[in-house]
Design a protein around this ligand. Structure first.
Ligand SMILES: [Zn+2]
Length: 294
């Protein structure tokens, strides 16, 4: 046997707030959160007429707190109910507003339970027209800790003497390097002077387009030049050179790339070449045995 009852006050249940809660709600209407100071100096938020710790009446001193605060504990609500302040998953949280000695219960719209934990800083989001109700604070949101900016820079690079020579080589499908006459080091791309001993490097030498991977990184963010995600960028010690060059690695699963792996440049077809490193699509494994690195 089951009887179904409804308890309802048509038109709502009216009660007076008293001076202390009334002040709190009036301040909310002005988008301020206040607490009241107890005789012992603590600040109660929301304010109460009596200090729950001592039973003494509070002082008449109201103190503005927050508006930001720190979550002390929270409970995630995956499926909000009808009367809940949000219609999407949210958290109930105890929030220590800055300057308060007690915590306030309110909703936090964090989007994801992982975005919220004890210690998370939160700020209130106010409703458009405050009416003097705790719901004037629609909910709290985690403090802004990061922003996403669109970044795009367009620039022209004027290839200087040495780089122009190197890129003209790349247009023909060869890597041009330079050998220092003093210390015998071979640099690629070609450069005009030796960074180690300062000697001028007057002549270019043609280097093979094969080399050995010295170090590499597996990248998980897409790159328009990369064959797929994840892709590998690597330092490649071109055969006969002493300085590695950075390039993409392709035609091999990222997890198979290793130090010492032998690779060869994959050039775009001759008809598509320009004086740019885009001529090298990437380096691909040659299948030769790995080479020990110096
Ligand atoms: Zn040198």
């Amino acid at each position: 046997m089951v009887a179904r009852h409804v308890l309802e006050f048509p038109g709502g249940y009216t009660r007076t707030t008293g001076p202390v809660i009334g002040r709190f709600l009036s301040e909310l209407r002005a988008r301020r959160i206040v607490g009241v100071r107890t005789r012992e100096g603590r600040v109660l938020v929301p304010p109460l007429e009596y200090d729950p710790a001592t039973g003494e009446p509070v002082t008449g001193e109201y103190v503005e707190v927050g508006p930001a605060g720190t979550v002390t504990t929270c409970a995630w609500v995956e499926e909000p109910l009808d009367g809940h302040p949000l219609d999407r998953p949210f958290a109930w949280a105890l929030i220590d507003l800055d300057g308060a000695d007690t915590a306030l219960v309110h909703a936090v719209d964090a989007g994801d339970p992982k975005a919220l934990r004890a210690g998370t800083r939160v700020w209130p989001v106010w409703r458009d027209r405050p009416t003097g109700n705790i719901t004037d604070i629609s909910y709290f949101v985690p403090e802004v800790t990061k922003i996403v900016s669109n970044v795009r820079t367009e620039y022209r690079l004027q290839a200087g003497g040495a780089l122009r020579v190197f890129l003209e080589g790349v247009r023909r499908g060869v890597f041009l390097g330079g050998r220092c006459a003093a210390c015998d080091k071979v640099y690629v791309p070609y450069r005009l002077s030796c960074p180690q001993c300062g000697n001028a490097i007057p002549e270019t030498i043609e280097l093979p387009d094969t080399g050995t991977i010295t170090t590499f990184a597996i990248n998980n963010l897409p790159d328009p030049r990369a064959p797929e995600v994840p892709f590998v960028s690597a330092y490649i010690l071109v055969d006969d050179a002493d300085i590695p060059m950075i390039a993409l690695i392709g035609d091999v699963p990222a997890h198979e790339v290793r130090q010492g792996m032998r690779v060869k440049a994959v050039w775009v077809p001759e008809g598509e070449r320009t004086a740019s490193m885009a001529n090298v699509r990437w380096f691909a494994p040659t299948g030769e045995p790995d080479r020990e690195l110096p």
